[in-house]
Design a protein around this ligand. Sequence first.
Ligand code: ADP
Length: 379
Amino acid sequence: MSFASRVEPSVCAESVLEPMFDASPYAVLYAAADGRVLAANKAVGVFFGLDPAELVGKQIAALAEVWARSFTEFMSFHEVIAHPLEDHESEFLRDVEIAAPAHRFVEIASAPVRKAGTYAGRLWLMRDVTHEREITELKIQYGGLRSADEIKSKFLTVASHQLRTPLNAIRWNLDLLLGDGVALPAETVEALRSIYRSVTSSISIVDDMLLAVDIEQRTLRLERGAVDIVDVVGKVVRDHARSAAMRSQTLAFAEPTPRPAPLFVDAGKMETVFSRLIDNAIKYTPDGGRIAVEIRPVKDEVEIAVRDSGIGIPDKERTRLFERFYRSKKAIDVNPNASGLGLYIAKFIVDAHDGRIECQTREGEGSVFIVTLPRRSVI
Ligand code: ADP
């Protein structure tokens, strides 16, 4: 579809183009690939409190100063204007808050512009969404506390799901890069390992947030089936092998013989439980330490123990471990980035299976967390 077939030639005359350009309730800003502002309509002037003619012909970096005066978050200039100009591919949509000349919420949409297939510059369209925001806020206010809470957890769920996918993609790619057969300089490997640690801990925090919301809202459902618990634990141990190896810890798991008969449990939730326990054992055990996972049938129950030679837990704190958000002072020193939700979630899941979870520990010597699950519930 040619341009000429979509726009009457008469529109290109300044007398038509100018009123059309300025009639747009959207602020329209266009900069060439070299950063020179080529077009700005009247609404740009209204949003920023300036004469748009002041901008045209100048480098878009000149807008940074105006942005700092008007926008509540200064960093948004880099995110919304400077960096995107370097980005020849992505489109985006973002809300920003303006403090001056008037308090506004502005939705900014942006897309790269191509001429004959080559990047020619970038277009920004900005729309005042203050009114819509106010209506949403009123709805939340008058919809009562319950719906505000619901909206909050909905946001949390959406945000966590959105974060999980890219974080997992980063983790998978790091797994490839850190895998055998990829030769990289030692400093690069060290840097990648540090990213790997941050990414895995961010994934568990996001997962914990999602599970905690499900528990609070009573939407956590068990999908039970006949499950070989040795397989489940074995998988979790394998998933944690890299994290343990990176800290020169031994992570031992001897499959019991004979294997216990299948348990009637939710396999995915059991993975969550043992992944929290093994994750903690790794986190709270110094480099070079030992972690061992054991499975033992005892009468009509099965015991799964995760033992570590880590920092242990002082007696007076032991009773609080399973509380939501509880973290011991020592744990915060050792690992400041964690949610304090892991054991709360693990206990909730184990209780829901009519099981028990207990901790035997000695400060400075290590801990063992024992999960006991009934065997009678096998169908
Ligand atoms: P966190 O996100 O802090 O690891 P958890 O709920 O999993 O949260 O654990 C709660 C607290 O229990 C931890 O902050 C730590 O103080 C203690 N803890 C859990 N597992 C261990 C362990 N294996 N060794 C020592 N302390 C532990």
